[in-house]
Design a protein around this ligand. Sequence first.
Ligand code: MG
Length: 260
Amino acid sequence: MRRTALIFCIVMLEFAYCVGQQRPVAEAKQDPGRMTPGMTEIWDPEVKVIQPANVPGQPPSDAIILFDGSGISKEWEDVRGDPSKWIVEDGALISVRGAGRIQTKKVFNDFQLHVEWKTPAEVTGESQGRGNSGIFLQGLYELQVLDSYNNRTYRNGQAGSVYKQHAPLVNASRGPGKWQRYDIIYTAPRFGEDSTSYFTPPRVTVLHNGVLIQNNVSIRGPTLYIGIPEYSIEKHGAGPVQLQDHGNPVAFRNIWIREL
Ligand code: MG
């Protein structure tokens, strides 16, 4: 009887130890017969609390606001580091032919990015010449912006394509002159020791107007207009978000980003 009581005490002490100290799962796995629910519960550190927006598409409390209609000089610059020549009109940031790309002054690695954009209501041009712009992730990898509403072009160059690499899963375009939105989840590449190739390539998931169009696709290399993108690349770190000037006055608004 005394021996049974002793064993009971030992078991209870061990149980208390496992629950109280959160014994590592690997250790507990060696003894699956003694697993308890508490052994696989991780309490600390507590997950950071943020405030989501009341309206979908608006920034949550931990977002960095890149453009909210009130000016661009604080967050954006010309890619040469000069003040941007793009214009702000009716709360929208509009590309100007010949002004070149603009980029964020801040640089990013992994992120969630929200961008709203609108191609001109008055349709001119066709194929790649109609409402063309783009969002360059880390300044290297273009997510195409284009008026792809009743506008055929090559499938891996239409709106929502990772330009010349991945066609979108579907064409979720709204018509010209209508606001559209991208929600982009980007994972930056990791590099090997030799610094000339990806250890893991960049990956991107994109929702276009709330519809999944890129599902965690692997990016083969920096965007090229001519040629085949290579996994072989000079090592790079954090990079800016760039917006392309392709000669068409494309408007942007409500741009925010969350670092992951
Ligand atoms: Mg483009």
